[in-house]
Design a protein around this ligand. Structure first.
Ligand SMILES: [Ca+2]
Ligand SMILES: [Ca+2]
Ligand SMILES: [Ca+2]
Length: 333
């Protein structure tokens, strides 16, 4: 592993994935702009980001966010109560022999469980948090990068077409684990630049579908992240002097549930939304695809904990369907 951070201790856990244990520090609170932002010193857990702005991270062993496996990565894993995120590092993603930083997570994985009762309306923290060490190394943005919400060329875009912080693990799913778990979704470690019309449109609809499916089936596992169709990102978010975030060409979600009656023991449904779709696009099932297609555009591998034969069967499901067939698959969930 070529990547080292002072004050972090690398602990290999599984092949290809490195977890970081962070030395606990109890620094003074920084001055906050917003009264909504409550800061407190947190006890660090392995893989937690260094910043005293996060609420306390308490991992719950009843959740296994990466249960179905995600393939080898050289990027950085961070564990939060409600999700696990894998943030891009200096690994050479475009293959030019030089380190590159995308400023976004490669994937975010989270289990959502059934929830009974009425969800309290927890406040949304502002500004969003970052990882202070990665930010200092210009590897992760902070909230400033997203503040203007235009690209470096477009500067300010005040319409629905602006790019915003797109939650990969949504706050409303994390809120099911408590206020602190939801609070801690507001970090750039859990965000990619996403068009506002999509973030507040079809993406939000799918997020709601996911919590509904968790209620229906007891648990669902979701993997969400950016896809880049070319070796180098087409556009970047951020202004001069800021750490840039690559604007994905598309964002994906893979949803998995257990099904003892299925040949593979699970059911998967996968979606890929181009990051340019029009606000009139409202039918989530139109963007249904296969896990295999998402593997091809992300260069990641999923369902790695399944035996090879079952994985092979599962990832090609739902390929080449018509819009009507996609709708039928979606409606079966
Ligand atoms: Ca990477
Ligand atoms: Ca990289
Ligand atoms: Ca490179």
């Amino acid at each position: 592993m070529k990547y080292t951070i002072p004050s972090l201790i690398a602990i290999p856990v599984v092949a290809g994935v490195t977890y970081f244990s962070i030395n606990a520090s109890s620094g003074e609170e920084s001055t906050q702009k917003s009264e909504n932002t409550k800061t407190e010193t947190v006890d660090r857990v392995p893989g937690a980001p260094p910043s005293n702005k996060y609420r306390k991270i308490v991992l719950n062993n009843d959740y296994n966010h990466t249960k179905w496996g995600i393939g080898k990565t050289d990027d950085l894993i961070f564990n939060f109560a409600a999700y696990t995120t894998c943030f891009d590092t200096e690994d050479d993603d475009n293959g030019d022999g030089k380190p590159d930083f995308l400023g976004v997570p490669e994937w975010v994985a989270f289990e959502i469980k059934h929830f009974e009762g009425t969800m309290p309306n927890y406040k949304r923290p502002s500004p969003w948090m970052t990882d202070d060490i990665l930010y200092g190394k210009k590897m992760a943005p902070n909230d400033d990068t997203y503040a203007v919400s235009g690209t470096s060329e477009m500067k300010i875009v005040n319409s629905n077409s602006r790019f915003v912080r797109g939650h990969m693990c949504p706050k409303n799913a994390a809120d099911r684990m408590g206020e602190d778990a939801g609070y801690n979704t507001h970090t750039v470690l859990n965000a990619v630049p996403q068009l506002q019309l999509q973030n507040n449109g079809i993406w939000k609809t799918l997020e709601q579908n996911c919590t509904d499916w968790a209620d229906k089936y007891g648990s669902v596992w979701v993997i969400s992240g950016p896809a880049f169709f070319k070796k180098n990102p087409s556009m970047w978010l951020g202004q001069s002097g800021e750490v840039m975030s690559a604007i994905p060409d598309a964002v994906y979600k893979i949803v998995i549930r257990e099904n003892p009656n299925s040949e593979t023991g699970i059911e998967c449904i996968a979606f890929l939304f181009p990051n340019i779709i029009d606000s009139k696009e409202k039918v989530v099932s139109d963007f249904l695809t296969s896990v295999d297609q998402i593997e091809k555009v992300t260069h990641l591998t999923f369902l790695t904990k399944l035996p090879d034969a079952k994985k092979a069967l599962e990832i090609v499901k739902n390929e080449g369907l018509t819009a009507e067939q996609k709708k039928a698959v979606f409606n079966q969930w």
